[in-house]
Design a protein around this ligand. Sequence first.
Ligand code: MF3
Ligand code: CO
Length: 249
Amino acid sequence: MIFIKDPLEIRKMREGGKILTRILKSLEKEVGAGMSTWKLEEETRKLIIENKAQPAFLNYQGYPTALCVSINEEIVHGVPSKSRIIKNGDLVSLDLGISYRGLITDASLTVGVGKVTNKERKLVEVTKDALNKAVVKAKAGNQVRDISRVIQKTIEEAGFRVIRDCVGHGVGKRVHEDPLIPNFVQRGKTEILKTGMTLAIEPIATLGSFRTVVDVNGWTVMTKDKSCTAHFEQTIAVGKNSGEILTPF
Ligand code: MF3
Ligand code: CO
């Protein structure tokens, strides 16, 4: 179901989005070799409480934590744990959703720890670029496929591949709302974008094959060939000339 948000709801999401961004940026600064991913989870919970927000992922469909930390071949839904230690050279994606004044915003970013290869650095840059280009397409009158197309083009022209099993989505009243926003173009009609729609756009690229497997924990999605991935996500409001980023980082 698509939920159209009124201007007051979008204003609340703008406020929540600013808080979410502040938390993500502060987590990004903390990420370092030798640290457990659980430390980031603890920090996240503390910052969410300090900002009078609530975690949106914790207990969502049984998800066990507030934060997703997905490292290297892990694509999404990496579950923080005391035994998972971040290493030099890791690509770490931090994905967080918060609820603020009853509305949810969702964002993620990927950070390279210490010395990462040039190829990996490029993967991160290209994925971020794909997101920025997609935001421009999120204007009223365009279709979902205009977003999908520019993401696929940006990633594939750089020589990388799009993960097909993970998609962007409407967001706001719920973590996942319609429409789905694939990161590649498929046949058939797609939803026409209208003002009042709020979307989480989230390109994910890999250095290798887009085939995926799910970890035994039932959550973490990984590349089958263990190739490295990068993930960026913003919550946006569909605008007249472009999408408006509600989670500016
Ligand atoms: N940003 C992630 C997504 O859109 C959040 C998943 S919710 C979780 O898929 F609770 F499953 F983590
Ligand atoms: Co999302």
